[in-house]
Design a protein around this ligand. Structure first.
Ligand code: ADP
Length: 705
């Protein structure tokens, strides 16, 4: 285009939702021989342009990258005009939709299907743009820091990091220049969520143990769900505790009601008959649902009235409410019942999926073969009589179809009728066909293939009415998942004698005779219960005691009880009062990140630094033996400073240490107090009592251990 008119064309193209790649001559005429050098100088996209010529001054242009895995959905919004990146981590569908309608991004980077209701330009982005490696490279390029934790992104989920990486890559590729005016990515979070960063989720062994096994994780204790949807829901709950007391209490009330109702085992049985509606719905949406998916859906829908009835029978208001949220979609259930065989074949191409009586035409085609039997019998008798060959037999095989068979012995005695055509010669017999038999065979075969065609047509016609109710089905699966997760928590609570914690509005953690939910279940030896009392006045407990004394166990059990309380579950204790918590931080155990280029000590210090920077007086902090990986006095200094800082910010802290010197902090800092784990020495052996007692330990028992 003529260069002076370029802008008008560009504006029009952008307006129409296109991107524009601008190529220009960059060589200087006369200076070089041959054709002038040309280059791509700019890429204009509807969501990233900043020129006044293309964008209204009052408009903020946003672009979004969306990333999703089985459990989390995250989005990263970017504005080139504002130089801003905003991460919205761990969203749900509604949250994402609300954001999209609020921010109105012009472009959307995604690897899968575009979000519902999004009207802008979709940019299909390859999966490897949504990875941690890509992010590291982009962070290095834009901010000069490759580790996301260095930019305060330590607790962002993998999907959140992926979305940020993809967005930065796209911005860099289109702008073709360093994004120097960009601020650090900002995380916007729902204010109700207790934040658990990646390290904490790992250290507390929420979904899998440090060894990577599901067994002996918190999930392993809690998951007594009957459906896959329920199990996934429970996993989501475990990683997303809530500070919203009302929402949490509602779950508690339902769990309580489920226990009291005596309906738990009935409900479990009934829920067990329900399939993975959530996934089936996805396959229906993709048009890839198999016959057995639809019958599974049918059977699930039929099971729901029984669930509703059982919930209603209890007469409890909370459970009635659960029942009211379940919609058994009778019309859909009936359609599927009428249309499908009880046990259809696995694939539609094999036939045997659509029920007899559902479609007269299909019935007619199918019944041809039933009527055919009679016709064959008649034909056999007629030919016998006509030819006088009493041994004439009619048969069928897959390769040769229908035939009349005469043994060699019979052939020796009689003439073959003239209208018999030889088909196959066997050792002892000859097989023949006749024009009449041939016609019959053709009809039978075409009826069969027509029936299959008809059946496929009818099967495909089932999809539109199912797609019409897809949002109802999704709601149903969500409510079932929730009910199943609550039933699971109620089962665990009843069997393990857990109690409902009291949720308070003041910051505090008061646990009487608390136990570790996993160790209690995994070990046969009785668990020694212990109390925990953390309040703003006494916020930091310095824990001393021998190795193997139970310090880590005590700290973890406290964190797990708080977490359980915050997801609405009952807790393993005699009594508990749990106040609001904004984050749970953990600095536990040593782990090398040699692949990431960080030694044990570096990992420890990076994590400690993050905690000290971000903990508030609403946070729960677990610090296990900070300062071990260096010389004694360096370590002591680091531990000392960390404890001082945590006491200053008022975070509720459990601080386990081997530095006996630290125990004197309780004299200078009011909020610090000492507790220790008890052990007894008899002669040369040591017995761990695992009991928490007041005051510092008297000795370290290191040599005994
Ligand atoms: P530390 O951190 O002090 O070295 P741990 O917390 O790792 O000690 O505990 C060592 C072992 O003692 C654990 O494996 C656990 O099985 C057992 N243990 C800890 N606390 C208790 C308790 N309260 N009751 C029973 N066993 C416990």
């Amino acid at each position: 285009v003529p260069y002076h008119a370029a802008e008008t064309y560009q504006a029009r193209l952008l307006q129409a939702g296109f991107s524009v790649v601008v190529c220009e001559q960059v060589g200087i005429p006369g200076e070089s021989k041959g054709p002038l050098a040309r280059e791509v100088t700019r890429i204009l996209t509807p969501g990233t342009v900043t020129d006044d010529a293309f964008v209204e001054a009052s408009d903020d242009l946003w672009i979004v990258a969306i990333s999703q895995d089985a459990f989390t959905l995250s989005a990263c919004f970017g504005s080139v005009g504002r130089g801003e990146l905003v991460i919205h981590d761990r969203l749900d569908d509604t949250g994402l939709r609300a954001l999209l309608s609020r921010m109105r991004p012009r472009e959307c980077l995604t690897q899968s299907s575009p979000p519902a209701g999004f009207e802008g330009r979709i940019i299909e982005t390859p999966a490897w743009h949504f990875t941690r490696d890509t992010l590291s490279r982009e962070l290095e390029r834009t901010y000069g820091v490759s580790d996301p934790s260095g930019l305060g992104l330590a607790d962002v989920s993998e999907t959140g990091l992926g979305a940020t990486g993809a967005l930065l890559t796209y911005l860099y590729d289109t702008q073709r220049t360093a994004l120097v005016h960009f601020e650090r990515p900002r995380i916007e979070r729902s204010t109700h969520e207790v934040i658990l960063d990646h390290t904490t989720q790992k250290n507390l062994e929420l979904l899998s143990t440090l060894r990577g096994e599901k067994k002996h994780s918190l999930w392993w204790v809690l998951d007594r769900t009957a459906t896959a949807m329920g199990s996934r829901e429970l996993s989501r709950w475990i990683t997303a505790p809530s500070c919203d007391n009302d929402a949490v209490r509602a779950r508690q009330r339902t769990i309580h009601a489920l226990i009291e109702s005596g309906a738990l085992s009935d409900l479990k049985g009934l829920l067990g008959q329900i399939g993975d509606i959530e996934r089936i719905v996805a396959r229906i949406g993709l048009g890839s649902a198999k016959p057995r998916d639809l019958t599974r859906l049918r059977d699930s829908l039929h099971a729901i009235p029984f669930v509703i009835e059982r919930l209603t029978q209890t007469g409890d208001n909370n459970l009635l409410e659960c029942a009211q949220r379940l919609n058994a979609l009778p019309k859909t259930a009936n359609l599927l019942t009428e249309a499908l065989f009880e046990e259809p074949s696995l694939v539609i191409s094999a036939g045997g999926v659509i029920r007899d009586g559902y479609d007269p035409e299909l019935d007619r085609l199918r019944h041809f073969s039933v009527d055919a039997n009679q016709m064959l019998l008649t034909m056999e008798t007629e030919e016998r009589e006509r030819s006088g060959l009493s041994g004439l037999k009619l048969g069928y095989n897959r390769v040769h179809g229908y035939y009349f068979e005469l043994t060699k012995a019979q052939l020796a005695q009689a003439e073959v009728p003239p209208h018999f055509q030889r088909r196959q010669t066997l050792k002892n017999a000859e097989r023949f066909t006749t024009p009449e038999l041939k016609t019959f065979e053709d009809q039978a075969l075409s009826a069969e293939s027509q029936a299959l065609k008809r059946e496929r047509l009818l099967y495909e016609a089932l999809f539109p009415p199912l797609i019409d109710v897809i949002s109802e089905l999704k709601t149903l699966s969500q409510n079932l998942a929730r009910l199943d997760a609550l039933t699971s928590l109620a089962t665990v609570a009843r069997e393990s004698h857990w109690i409902a914690p009291e949720l308070t509005d003041t910051v505090e953690i008061q646990i009487e005779a608390g136990r570790h939910p996993v160790i209690e279940r995994a070990h046969s030896t009785p668990f020694v219960p212990n109390d925990t009392h953390l309040t703003p006045e006494h916020s930091l407990a310095l824990i001393t005691g021998p190795n193997m004394g139970g310090k880590s166990t005590y700290m973890r059990q406290t964190a797990l009880i708080v977490l359980l309380a915050r997801i609405g579950s009952f807790v393993p204790a005699k009594a508990a009062r749990i106040g609001p918590v904004d984050r749970i931080f953990t600095r536990i155990g040593a782990s090398d990140d040699l692949a990431g280029g960080r030694s044990t000590f570096m990992v420890e210090m990076t994590e400690t630094a993050a905690i000290l920077a971000e903990a508030t007086n609403h946070s729960l902090v677990l610090m296990d033996e900070v300062g071990r990986g260096t010389s004694t006095f360096d370590g002591l200094a680091l531990a000392w400073a960390s404890a001082e800082r945590l006491s200053e910010c008022g975070a509720l802290t459990l601080f386990a240490t081997h530095y006996f010197e630290l125990t004197s902090l309780s004299e200078s800092l009011e909020s610090v107090f000492n507790i220790h784990l008890t052990a007894e020495v008899t002669g040369e052996s040591i017995v761990f009592l695992h009991r928490v007692a007041e005051g510092p330990t008297s000795r370290s028992y290191g040599l005994h251990v």
